[in-house]
Design a protein around this ligand. Sequence first.
Ligand code: HEC
Length: 183
Amino acid sequence: MVTEVMAVVKKFLFVGLIFGMCGIMSQGMAEEAAKNEKEKSELAKIMSEIDKSYKAVEEISGYYKYSSNDWKIIAEASTNLIKLTKIVISKFPRPDDKKYQDLNKTMLAESEKMSDVVGHKDEQGALEDAQWQVRRLRQTCAVCHKHLGIHLYPQLYPGKKDELNPGQEEIPAPKATGVPKDW
Ligand code: HEC
């Protein structure tokens, strides 16, 4: 009788032990996965924010006239892009990849130029200047992603799968804009 009870108790202990181990292991694995996810996505998260601001200006870039609300969108987007790019530059530098470093600086410069355009939004050619900056930004995104082998745009813009990444080809300058073409 006593041995029978002992056997049952042992069985329970054994099963309990197995369950306990599984629990600890899966918890450990979940933590590990969460950690990887976090490590992987901090830059990705900022990129998503950059993407939001970029898309906001891209969305209205086909307009032939900007309302004051449109200009507000451009002002906000360029402020965000400047802020976010500065974070990328300071928090995610890649000292051994000069091209990456340079392209981040380009992204900052183009965002700052976009912000400058808002400053003279009532002058002639401001609309074209803003549109030009959208294209310059898009090209910077595309060149860096291409440099790093990141294939985003076909996913981001379904339906354009067969085309080159937008912005990969050099875009001719529009006529008569105030923004210096210093590249
Ligand atoms: C200097 C290089 C560089 C530039 C410029 C750049 N990116 Fe990225 N981008 C990256 C890298 C690196 C990743 C991968 C981040 C990761 O997964 O850790 C990335 C990832 C992304 C992602 C995917 C984020 C996700 O959720 O996984 C989006 C969207 C994106 N970039 C949008 C943009 C847009 C829009 C621009 C231009 C306005 C831009 N990027 C400019 C380097 C760059």
